[in-house]
Design a protein around this ligand. Structure first.
Ligand code: ADE
Length: 254
């Protein structure tokens, strides 16, 4: 979300803008002195909404900007039992819930790949899970007590597992029930991750993703989503990106 990007840009001392294919990319530096005097070299960008937009953005990051790997933050609807608004879900693998070339291929399998699931990079994912836990442990230091109380964020948890992506904002209980039936392991639903995972698989580069749960993908999803993005999501993203860069710079992280 643009609000998330702005919070990340606020941490970058020297970014400049490059526009490619209608997208604004922000190369610059981020993170502490452990990444060198200026921090770690990064390119920040909004993925765009939906699988095609995200796949194009990911491809440009890799081909045009030559990044070594992709770190994705964003929001998602909670699907798994106990996955609540304010929790964080670190992806271990992705699936496209709307991929269905049956009867030619099994449901969810991506034709040409012989697989439905695309794994994230284990070490980056471990670092991101650590970063997410630190972000939640430190919640009271970077989010106001009023916001924590308003969204019942006290006791927020980090989950790890499967995230489902598809070109649909899931905003009815009927839809989320159907997703739970089709993909019982899915912890959360969003609209981009599986596409970026597939692009990173094609290019053989590390990919890790974390989503903050903004809603429960049910009949009140649209209300919760708007409030959460405005008040909370941007702050989460900036915190977790900083913490992830610190975790990734530790020995054994990559
Ligand atoms: N991103 C955040 N909430 C979502 C939802 N309910 N469905 C799809 N993508 C989302």
């Amino acid at each position: 979300m643009p609000q998330e990007l702005q919070a990340v840009l606020d941490l970058m001392p020297d970014e400049h803008r490059e526009t490619v294919a209608g997208r604004q990319f922000w190369p610059g530096h981020l993170g502490g002195p452990q990444h060198g005097s200026q921090g770690c070299e990064v390119v920040a960008v909004v993925s765009g909404i939906g699988k095609v937009a995200a796949a194009t953005t990911a491809t440009l990051l890799l081909q045009r900007f030559g990044v070594d790997g992709l770190l994705f933050t964003g929001v998602a609807g909670g699907l798994g039992e106990g996955v609540k608004v304010g929790d964080m879900v670190v992806a271990q693998r992705f699936v496209q819930h709307d991929m269905d070339a049956s009867p030619l291929f099994p449901r969810h399998e991506v034709p040409g790949y012989g697989q439905a699931h695309f794994d994230t990079h284990p070490e980056w994912t471990h670092a991101l899970a650590q970063a997410s836990q630190h972000t939640l442990d430190d919640l009271p230091t970077w989010l106001s007590a009023d916001t924590v109380a308003a969204f019942h964020l006290q006791g927020a948890k980090v989950h790890q597992g499967l995230i489902a992506s598809g070109d649909r904002f899931v905003a009815t209980s009927a839809e989320s029930d159907a997703l739970r039936l089709a993909l019982p392991d899915a912890l959360a639903v969003e609209m981009e991750g599986a596409a970026v995972a597939q692009v990173c698989h094609d290019f053989g580069v590390p990919f890790a993703a974390v989503r903050t749960v903004s809603d429960r993908a049910d009949d009140s999803a649209h209300v919760d989503f708007g409030r959460f993005v405005a008040d909370v999501a941007a702050r989460y993203s900036a915190q977790v990106v900083l913490a992830a860069l610190a975790a990734l710079s530790q020995p054994n992280a990559t």
